[in-house]
Ligand binder design. Structure first.
Ligand code: 5AD
Ligand code: SF4
Length: 473
């Protein structure tokens, strides 16, 4: 049993990150463990978690399990969890409640919890106290050990917990089962060293570790050969890519080398304003296959709050960067993340946030009420602001954000824009759906032969969160 420890998770030592390309192993016995059995994985949280699930699925299929989308008929149920806000945490525990009923009827099923929540000491304590009926718990650093963890659990028939609170290595040989044949997530780095005071990620995902550029480029070249149209370079703070490498190679170099693979579309998430260089802007401008889409989290427009958040930039610095990007890339869409109700946020602080939104007119924004994450510095800050006030601020902010989303979309009316057609629209199967290179969702009329292709679409109608159009190729 390996249990997480907050103090350990916080450490940032000087030891070298090891790149391991043999640590994922499956024995012949493990390869047969899933014969005739079905697995179900539910994913919460960010794209990083979505991509981890793609690894988990491939591992399970390596062990002969087959996938089901109905947890009621699964022999193995895994919840890949998120810790970012209390909401995500509650959803996962709510789902465990439902699974418990199933487990009462079918005690032979295996139930597991993994992902970011598994890395939290408080969650593990709660599991050992109230959820002892779980079979396996493994952390974000232990995914490659899934075959061994499952085998042990089946053999010993007791709760197996494998959560390392290490700063982390890089495991290069974990298989992947991609959800899409056209778009792929690529991890370019793991972890985060920024330690914004509200954020749990540096504790759940370990220290910043950049992958070797050669491994990234090879992965993308293989995707190009397989006909992929788009890659998303993933990291908690992609602009800091390479800072921990021994070679002099940063995000701008990586972007340029990825662009040269000729993959038709490249995007990257998430950016921290602190590390966004002029050179990066230049590279984005130079290569047409780098999508003019930038997610640039603001978090707050108030200098006082930004300081308390440990964000390392001021309102003015954010605005300067924003304007620089817009000037160089006028067609680009820029989206953001904003937190309201940070401890002791005043009405004046909140107005500063609204002021930035009014100035930047973001294409869209993900907005949140501050959520206390145990173990982070902000969780200890005193806060007298009522939940009612926070809710009102969120509503006010959302109204403003939506107004600008619609205005940004209005600019597309009657324009012809490139759209990567991904499949049929979930809402209405007579429509296809896809995204523009600026990440606008478009419902498209046209032939299904265009699925998986980038085609020209004439925008006929514009709404706040989507558009309708017709293929004109
Ligand atoms: N409370 C509310 N929102 C948070 N985020 C991160 N941590 C918290 C928290 N404790 C938001 C930030 C981040 C996005 C992924 O989630 O805006 O950019
Ligand atoms: Fe992703 Fe952060 Fe949630 Fe983990 S805590 S799943 S890294 S958003």
């Amino acid at each position: 049993m390996l249990i997480p420890n907050l103090k350990e998770a916080q450490k940032r030592g000087k030891q070298k990150v090891l790149i391991k390309d043999r640590d994922y192993k499956v024995t012949s016995t493990q390869k047969k463990l899933g014969v005739g059995k079905k697995y179900y994985v539910k994913t919460y949280g960010c794209q990083m978690n979505e991509h981890d699930t793609e690894n988990i699925k491939a591992i399970l299929e390596d062990m002969s399990f087959t996938q089901t989308d109905n947890y009621m008929e699964a022999d193995l149920i895994l919840l890949n969890t998120c810790s970012i806000r209390e909401n995500a945490h509650n959803k996962a525990f709510g789902m465990l409640g439902r699974i418990k009923n199933l487990k009462n009827k079918r005690p032979d099923i295996i139930v597991g919890l993994c992902g970011c929540m598994a890395q939290e000491e408080v969650v593990i304590k709660e599991i050992m106290d109230k959820y002892k009926w779980l079979d396996i718990v493994f952390g974000t650093h232990n995914i490659h050990k899934l075959p061994q963890i499952l085998e042990e659990s089946i053999k010993n028939k007791k709760l197996e917990i494998e959560v390392m609170s290490i700063e982390g290595d890089i495991i290069e040989n974990v298989p992947v089962k991609r959800d899409s044949k056209y778009k792929a997530w690529i991890n370019i780095m793991y972890g985060c060293d920024k330690f914004c005071t509200y954020c749990i990620v540096p504790y759940t995902r370990g220290k910043q570790r950049s992958r070797n550029p050669k491994h990234i480029i090879k992965e993308i070249e293989d995707l190009v050969k397989d006909g992929y149209q788009e890659v998303t370079l993933l990291g908690q703070n992609v602009n800091a890519y390479g800072k921990d490498l021994e070679i002099n190679y940063g995000m701008e170099n990586l972007l340029e080398d990825v662009a040269k693979t000729n993959i038709p579309r490249i995007r990257f998430v998430t950016s921290h304003p602190w590390d966004f260089t002029d050179k990066m802007i230049e590279i984005i401008k130079k290569y047409p296959n780098i999508m003019p889409y930038i997610h640039l989290p603001l978090q707050s427009g108030s200098d006082t709050i930004l300081k308390k958040m440990g964000r390392r930039y001021t309102k003015e610095e954010y605005l300067t960067l924003f304007n620089k990007i817009k000037e160089a890339l006028p067609y680009s869409s820029i989206t953001t993340d904003i937190i309201v109700g940070f401890p002791e946020e005043t009405e004046a602080d909140f107005k500063e946030t609204l002021d930035v939104v009014n100035k930047c007119k973001f294409d869209s924004a993900f907005t949140f009420i501050f959520s206390k994450r145990e173990g982070t510095p902000a969780a200890k800050m005193v806060d007298h602001v009522s939940l009612e006030t926070k809710n009102r601020r969120l509503q006010e902010l959302n109204q403003l954000v939506n107004k600008y989303s619609k205005l940004a979309n209005d600019k597309y009316q009657d324009k012809v824009v490139p759209v990567l057609i991904e499949g049929y629209s979930e809402k209405d199967e007579s429509y296809l759906m896809g995204y523009t290179d600026t990440m606008k969702l478009v419902n498209v009329r046209g032939d299904s032969k265009y699925i998986g292709k980038i085609v020209n679409v004439k925008i006929e109608d514009v709404k706040t969160w989507s558009m309708d159009g017709v293929i004109v190729d």
